[in-house]
Design a protein around this ligand. Structure first.
Ligand code: GLN
Length: 452
């Protein structure tokens, strides 16, 4: 823990942390040492990790990357984090992220950009984004400040930053981890998950994070498997689907190459590669950018200057609301609230929101059908390697396109994992995504383990 605290302080330039809690870390580590000395201790005893600043942590400021929660100190602990502490993990601090988890580059945080520890091999030294929204989580693991970190994924926010920084990230099935105490973005999509250096580490973390919670009515009452035991190294006979619709126009050759290479590795390991079709894939991104902002606009209504955080006075109650929200929210959050309220407004509800919900069903059905022919699906995680900070900054559509491969599984609530699969032409990490059947994280982890 002392070494990790030192690394956290040495690497402040990456801006991965919003709040450092070194004293708490040392105190927790001492308690862990005492337990271990007595021959006790949980599966994560003494392991230094950090927490995306979207999880409420009792007595430790939780900002969600927003100015509006800049002074919010929760009086309660999220279920996921309390399970991690129960199992012995040690908290180094709270990690930077896109504001309210809206973004794919960690450039919408009110606490500044996070920098990717990787550099292009051309020596250009351009500063690169770590992906988002769990950018601080990804950078902290990739730069060895933390052994692992929590992330959350609504449309790709665990998987895409994992790919951009060369680490493993898994978004479990919707309902696998409790959302209680996690600041809500889009409640029907949000899911917590681990980000770690290896598939094994991710499997161990996930076991602690997962489980039924009566406080979250969407968490599912299923036994939590020993995910680590699923890493048998044997994938013989498994059928892996390659969805033809993921060959999107203009896909860079390096992405094609790594995808094919991944399929070859799996074939060599004894899996069978089959073609599958997910015909509604082309609607997934548009549908997501209706459903997610709609839910966000409703969830974010609670930041009114009364119940939480920032308050900017005004002449009347309405003026106080307006002033608080105008000063507290950043540009991307305001854009999402506007899109969301628009698609939910009486005149447009059917044209946008209802239609998007119908498409969501069709997208989910595509997967159900595909899984009659295969056990898991292999795709690229993102359409490029990490891009430079500043690139795509003023082009929300280009930014949204980054989520093209991750969003469909989010819409269907399915588990998805990103595993490092090699380097692109610029020497930066590329990830491959494995998608599984509902609550079949084990198969996804087993396959990913063979690809490491
Ligand atoms: N990049 C997507 C968005 O901006 C996904 C974010 C996430 O998964 N939290 O909405």
């Amino acid at each position: 823990t002392t070494a990790h605290v030192a690394a956290m302080e040495d690497l402040r330039g990456l801006n991965a942390f919003i709040t450092e809690t070194p004293d708490k870390a040392i105190e927790m580590a001492k308690a862990s040492d005492a337990k271990l000395a007595r021959g006790e201790g949980g599966p994560l005893e003494g392991l230094p990790i950090a927490i995306k600043d979207l999880f409420c942590t009792e007595g430790v400021r939780t900002t969600a990357g927003s100015k509006i929660l800049g002074n919010f100190v929760p009086t309660y602990e999220s279920t996921v984090t309390s399970q991690l502490w129960r199992d012995g993990a040690v908290m180094l601090g709270k990690l930077n992220m896109d504001e309210f988890a809206m973004g794919s580059a960690n450039i919408t945080s009110a606490y500044g950009n996070v920098e990717n520890p990787w550099r292009r091999q051309d020596g250009s030294n351009a500063k690169l984004v770590p992906g988002g929204s769990s950018g601080g989580s990804a950078a902290s693991v990739a730069a060895r400040m933390t052994l692992a970190a929590t992330g959350t994924d609504t449309g790709g926010s665990i998987r895409q930053p994992a790919a951009f920084t060369g680490i493993v990230g898994i978004k479990p099935t919707y309902g696998r981890c409790s959302r209680w105490g996690v600041v809500a973005f889009a409640s029907s999509l949000d899911q917590a998950g681990p980000m770690a250096r290896t598939v094994q580490d991710a499997a161990i973390m996930l076991r602690s994070m997962a489980g039924f919670d009566p406080k979250d009515s969407t968490s599912v009452d299923l036994a939590v498997p020993d995910f680590e035991a699923a890493l048998t190294g044997d994938i013989r006979g498994l059928k892996i689907g390659i969805p033809k619709e993921y060959r999107v126009d203009g896909m860079p050759a390096e992405i094609e190459r790594i995808w094919k290479q991944g399929a070859d590795w799996l074939r060599d390991a004894g899996a069978e590669i089959v073609d599958v079709s997910l015909p509604h894939t082309k609607y997934a991104l548009a549908t997501y950018y209706i459903v997610a902002p709609a839910e966000a606009s409703s969830n974010l209504a609670r930041y009114d200057g009364v119940r939480y955080g920032l308050r900017v006075e005004g002449g009347s109650l309405n003026e106080m609301y307006e002033n608080t929200r105008a000063a507290g929210f950043g540009r991307e959050v305001k854009r999402r609230v506007m899109i969301g309220t628009y698609v939910l407004s009486a005149g447009y509800y059917d044209a946008y929101y209802t239609k998007a919900q119908k498409l969501r069903t069709l997208i989910a059905r595509d997967f159900t059908e595909a899984y009659q022919r295969c056990d898991a699906i292999l795709t690229p995680t993102a359409p490029s390697t990490a891009f430079a900070i500043g690139e795509k900054q003023d082009d929300p559509i280009a930014m949204y396109l980054n989520d093209v491969f991750t969003v469909p599984a989010s819409m269907a609530g399915l588990p998805g994992l990103s595993v490092p699969a090699g380097l692109g032409d610029d020497g930066l990490p590329l990830g491959l995504q494995l998608l599984g059947r509902p609550f079949d994280e084990e198969t996804v982890l087993r396959i990913a383990h063979v690809m490491e």
